[in-house]
Design a protein around this ligand. Structure first.
Ligand SMILES: [Zn+2]
Ligand SMILES: [Zn+2]
Length: 65
């Protein structure tokens, strides 16, 4: 009887819903911060800008969506 340990499944779930960016420009945060290339929205709430949190409940300042 051979027991094979299951390989650890590494699931890197995208945290796109944590990224508070302008809907028509993913490189710009809602507050206007250039977030291109930044590790934005990696699940750590400490990295979530409070300005963006507040603005995410409003329409996009650019396209109104
Ligand atoms: Zn927009
Ligand atoms: Zn922000």
């Amino acid at each position: 009887m051979t027991s094979i340990a299951p390989e650890p499944v590494t699931t890197l779930a995208p945290a796109d819903d944590e990224v508070h960016v302008v809907c028509c420009n993913p490189d710009v945060a809602l507050c206007g911060t250039d977030v291109a290339g930044l590790p934005w929205g990696d699940g750590d709430e400490e990295t979530t800008c409070i300005v963006c949190r507040d603005l995410e409940h409003q329409n996009c300042p650019r396209c109104g969506i």
